[in-house]
Design a binder for this molecule. Structure first.
Ligand SMILES: Cc1cc2nc3c(=O)[nH]c(=O)nc-3n(C[C@H](O)[C@H](O)[C@H](O)COP(=O)(O)OP(=O)(O)OC[C@H]3O[C@@H](n4cnc5c(N)ncnc54)[C@H](O)[C@@H]3O)c2cc1C
Length: 296
């Protein structure tokens, strides 16, 4: 991933897929980041009735059409999570785990996350609260960490963290089975992982330790990792102007940061596939104009 891409597109829902297709048609080099099986919000929809040309299509099938289209156009999906995007003037630097990738333009198509931050989360971010196990695991060598995981794929990060940390308490907020039985089943080679089935309520720093309040009592550790599918856009891109939970855009899908565009649910309601795909197309064309203006 060493070169500078024309455009980095973050998200593999209809907005990101549509943006990637249009940018490729316009001969731009594209880095498409997101879930390799395309967005869960597509594949998990039971039946879709309002996608033009594809009446009554199950989400799984629409997702397969998206994947086939990308494959036909030779657009690979890079299944990695972007943790930070920095505006550097005439390009952007994207942090992906501990790697940095450059792109002249960026399209944010990360969908919308309905979860509100926990009380105490924002204040302690970077001071005991982290969103990226790969980036910050080394800080917890020989220490204790709590991980709140929102999807089974985060279990890999728990295993990685447990290689360094003395103890990891894992709170999967997606499983319903008996927590006590889960640790040996999920982490047979990591005896220092304890799985707890509790509901996180808030975060506090007390006497230099991080304290997670839950409905099953407090858990104290050196650090707390919150591993969600999506990070709120304001935290992902410092300086990005928001409108409530959404990214503020104009009709060209341009944000307040030159060269950074946004499309799909992240720009506001209605939350719909076609609206997202349409905005992805507009964002890609605007990004193409921006890239061409840089080259003049
Ligand atoms: C069950 C269900 C049924 C629905 N039915 C319909 C329907 O019938 N008709 C309709 O029009 N709409 C429907 N919707 C709404 C529709 O799903 C959304 O409007 C649409 O998926 C939004 O597309 P998007 O591209 O903006 O984002 P999303 O589809 O949410 O995709 C976001 C993408 O961003 C990626 N991502 C997020 N953060 C990062 C990061 N930091 N790094 C890398 N990648 C990241 C994710 O992996 C994902 O690929 C339904 C939604 C649900 C949940």
């Amino acid at each position: 991933m060493g070169k500078r891409y024309d455009v980095a597109i973050i998200g593999t829902g209809p907005a990101g897929v549509s943006a990637a297709i249009t940018a490729t048609v316009r001969n731009k080099s594209v880095l498409l980041l997101g879930s390799a099986s395309v967005s869960d919000k597509v594949s998990k929809a039971h039946m879709i009735q309002n996608y033009p040309g594809l009446p009554d299509i199950p989400g799984q099938e629409l997702a397969q059409h998206f994947l086939d289209h990308l494959k036909k156009m030779e657009i690979p999906i890079t299944d990695r999570k972007v943790t930070m995007i920095y505006a550097m003037g005439d390009y952007f630097s994207l942090q992906i785990d501990q790697e940095f990738v450059e792109a002249s333009a960026v399209i944010l198509a990360i969908g919308v996350s309905f979860g509100k931050p926990f009380p105490g989360e924002d204040e302690n971010l970077g001071r005991g609260v982290s969103y990226c196990a790969t980036c910050d695991a080394a800080l917890y060598r020989g220490k204790e960490a709590v991980v709140v995981g929102y999807a089974p794929k985060e279990e890999a990060d728990v295993r990685f963290l447990a290689e360094m940390a003395q103890k990891v308490t894992y709170i999967p907020v997606y499983k319903k089975e008996d927590a006590a039985a889960m640790a040996p089943e999920l982490f047979p080679d990591r005896p220092n992982v304890e799985v707890k089935q509790v509901k996180p309520l808030g975060i506090e720093k007390r006497d230099g330790r991080m304290v997670l309040a839950t409905d099953g009592g407090e858990i104290s550790a050196d650090g707390i990792f919150l591993l969600r599918e999506s990070v709120s856009p304001g935290k992902l891109v410092p300086g990005l102007e928001l409108d409530g939970n959404h990214v503020k855009v104009d009709r060209k899908m341009a944000t307040n940061l030159p060269g950074l565009f946004a499309a799909g649910d992240i720009t506001g309601t209605p939350y719909q596939y076609v609206k997202s795909a349409g905005e992805g197309n507009v964002a890609a064309l605007s990004a193409v104009s921006w890239i061409d203006s840089l080259k003049k």
